[in-house]
Ligand binder design. Sequence first.
Ligand SMILES: [Zn+2]
Length: 455
Amino acid sequence: MKQRLQEALKHCRADYADIRFENLDTTSFTFRGKEQEGASTAMVQGGVVRACINGGWGMVAFDSLDDIEKHVSEACEYARLVSSRRSEKTMIADGPVCTSDFKAEMKDDFRNHSLEEKVRTMEEYNKMIMGASPEIESSVVRYNDRFRTVYYASTRGACFMEERPFIGLLLSAVARKGDLIQRGFKSLGSIDDYGMVLGREQDAQAAVKRAVELLSAPKVTGGRKTVILDPAFTGLFTHEAFGHLSEADFLFENQPMRELMHIGRKVGPDFLNIVDDGSLPGLMGSERVDDEGTPTKRNMLVKNGILVGHLHSLETAAKMGEQPTGNARAISGGFDPIVRMTNTFIEPGSWKKEELFKDVDDGIYACEGIGGQTQMEMFTFTASYGYVIKNGKIQDLVRDVMVTGNVFETLGNIDAIADDLVLFKNSGGCGKGGQSPLPVSDGGPHIRVRNAVIA
Ligand SMILES: [Zn+2]
């Protein structure tokens, strides 16, 4: 297959061109309350040819390799048309190219389990959630798996095959008392083990317990406080508030952001280190190679509190005079690769978790994350739940914990980082440019932020 793609690029006259072709095999279904929403399985094929001439890109999406030579010519033609209106040079970074094949190594392959078996397992979880308490009004139990096989070749000489499996499970309980609705959930993902979805009764029960307990928890009181973020909330903050700003496709054409994110800027205390690493094994954003044939690797974004790197595709790296990082990723066959995160996290520090709480007189412990919004350097995130911290002790459960602020101010106010790094494997993923959800992992240790704004 790879040879077929290489062959098709042989007579291509573009400055740069590549072809990615994928087979995608998916299963998904959802239980919502008492209903099961339709189960679906699909096998699709698709690919994209990209060509670049004088800085202008031409792209053709296709679903069969039958006319691949024709699609290559079309992409070149489009690129020529675009480039005739501009006077640029094609900029594609030099860098390592991958020429290997990577078969998935699965502990328990989900393709060996029937749809019936998967549905039955999820139905049990759903029954358990729905029957657990009179206050449970609804549920969401969602299962999905996909097996993606990527074939790739480029005029730089990159040429690879990589199998990328994914399994996701969401267990969510919705409780109601009057007008108040609260949710508890567990989101789980794996790239190599169907066994991950089995024996999750305790997680289902914990989701119910959380939703019901939150019904009688008071609202958090707002204001400026010391906030301790648990590893999951640290992960959400790191990915959403900082990680997306590091993506260079967004930077190189946006001068104010480029200044904000310039290399060498002091963004936090000396003990702050932030990493994006797609080469770590077994995480949701783990791939051996990105969708431009660049091997993934460990990329430092912040080292000793100083901004030291951005995330790149081949083009953004060339345009910003930096090295490719292996972060050009597409969600599936018909999409072009854009700059994306992989596994993004704050590295562990040297404090013990207990030491973070010890000298907090009046603070909030923000746990897990539902999501939120960002706009440039401003963010607002909602924790799934939180606790009041009084005189160094974790006390009452509180709901509606929203942390808001400026990402640089918040990073600057981190005054302690614990040694308890956790990297999460979730069923969801990242959304950007109409491509969602792309599997990623995030996480970190417990961190303490002074003077944070609770909305
Ligand atoms: Zn994201």
